[in-house]
Design a binder for this molecule. Structure first.
Ligand code: GUN
Length: 296
């Protein structure tokens, strides 16, 4: 193996430490405690795990954590009423409605009901538009964490060729916007892309976010490229459950210059960035300077 392994677990711990230190100063100097509300509708097991983890890490960072667990057949109207209540609550600076929502709810409607200033997921249409036009916004957590790792590894990203595989609203599209903002030449590849291998071979930076286990083999990677693997896929190998990314780690690590592992790469960065976004939202709401290095 020749690639440097980018340790997302250690990086995320560092970010959480910086957030906690900033939160302590906010409390001491201004008597302000950032607050994050997470809303979970239904009992999706994966969502329950995420929400528990978010709550724990929020408290560990010294923030206020509020969880609203609603029954799976809660009406959309009742959910919108809760969002309105949280929008109006001055102790809450960040609101996250866990996705996916049950089928009888309109996700776009619910997400766009969140006050954009409290939209720590960066999914509100206003934040999407602000990011797309290069203005100050709330930035989606997974792309933000990926960007932080890339900046940390490369310093400047200016002029680099970047390929984002996947065009989701949550990862692919915002990731491409962030890379463009940092002056990369950006290609967004997807399931209809012709000769994906050839497109990936040109890239100095590859961000894989498709949700297909190990679909990017090492011989697609340009020697020395940086690979950010956003995929978290549960598979079975040799009769045992295993977590793998969208990139075939073993072969890619032979050629890449640097690569994120799965688990322990991008995953831990997502919640760390959620805490960073909550802190940023709190500082903005109170007219205080934003934490350095924790925003895009
Ligand atoms: N479900 C899985 N990941 C996420 C996330 O980052 N935000 C929200 N709101 N829901 C999710």
């Amino acid at each position: 193996m020749s690639a440097t392994i980018i340790d997302g677990k250690a990086f995320a711990a560092r970010i959480r430490g910086e957030v906690a230190a900033h939160v302590a100063r906010l409390k001491a100097d201004h008597g302000i405690t950032p607050g994050l509300a997470v809303v979970l509708v239904g009992e999706d097991p994966a969502s329950q795990v995420y929400v528990r983890s978010k709550g724990k890490q929020t408290v560990e960072a010294g923030m206020k954590s509020v969880e609203h667990k609603l029954d799976v057949d809660t009406s959309e109207e009742a959910l919108l009423a809760l969002v309105e209540e949280l929008n109006a609550d001055p102790t809450i600076h960040g609101i996250l409605v866990q996705l996916p929502l049950p089928k009888h709810m309109n996700e776009d409607l619910v997400i766009n009901a969140i006050d954009p200033a409290k939209d720590v997921d960066g999914f509100h249409i206003s934040n999407v538009g602000l990011l797309g036009t290069g203005q100050k916004s709330m930035v989606p957590c997974t792309p933000l964490g990926s960007l932080m790792m890339l900046r940390d590894h490369h310093g400047s990203l200016s002029g680099l060729d970047a390929v984002v595989i996947g065009r989701s609203n949550i990862v692919g599209k915002p990731m491409a916007q962030l890379l463009l903002k940092d002056s990369c030449t950006v290609t967004i590849a997807h399931s209809r892309t012709k000769d994906l291998a050839e497109v990936v071979r040109r890239a100095d930076i590859v961000v894989a976010a498709v949700g297909r286990p190990e679909m990017v083999p090492g011989d697609w990677i340009k020697p020395g490229a940086t690979v950010i693997d956003v995929g978290i896929n549960r598979i079975e190998r040799d009769g045992k459950p295993k977590l793998v990314g969208d990139v075939d780690f073993a072969s890619a690590a032979e050629v890449a210059g640097a690569i994120t592992p799965v688990p322990g790469g991008v995953g831990p960065m997502t919640i760390a960035c959620l805490l960073a976004n909550t802190l940023t939202a709190c500082c903005r709401a109170n007219g205080l300077p934003e934490p350095e290095g924790l925003t895009a």
